[in-house]
Unconditional design. Structure first.
Length: 94
C-alpha cells in the first residue's frame, strides 16, 4: 500500500515567522474593531433618520399600528360570526 503524502512531509521544517503571525493577528483584530465601530455608526444614523422621518408624520406610527390592529380584530370577528352563522346550501350537499 502506498504511503500517504502527509506521512512523507517533514513537519519539523514548517516554521512560520511568529512575529509576522502576531502582527497579522493584531491587524485583523484592529480591523474588526474598526468595522464594528463603522457598523455601529451606520445603525445609529439609520435609526436617527427613521425617527426624524416618522416624527414629521401627521399620525404617529403607534396610532397607525393601533388602527391596523383594530381593523384586523374587527375583520377576524366578522369572519368568525359569518362562519358560525353559515348554513350549507342545498346545492352543496350533492
Amino acid at each position: 500500500m502506498a504511503e500517504s503524502t502527509l506521512s512523507k512531509i517533514s513537519w519539523s521544517e514548517f516554521r512560520p515567522d511568529q512575529r509576522r503571525l502576531v502582527t497579522g493577528a493584531a491587524m485583523t483584530g484592529v480591523g474588526m474593531l474598526v468595522a464594528a465601530a463603522g457598523v455601529g455608526i451606520m445603525v445609529y444614523e439609520v435609526a436617527r433618520a427613521g425617527r426624524t422621518w416618522t416624527g414629521g408624520w401627521e399620525v404617529p406610527p403607534a396610532e397607525l399600528a393601533s388602527r391596523a390592529l383594530h381593523q384586523a380584530q374587527s375583520a377576524a370577528q366578522a369572519g368568525r360570526e359569518a362562519w358560525a352563522s353559515y348554513q350549507e346550501s342545498p346545492l352543496s350537499s350533492r
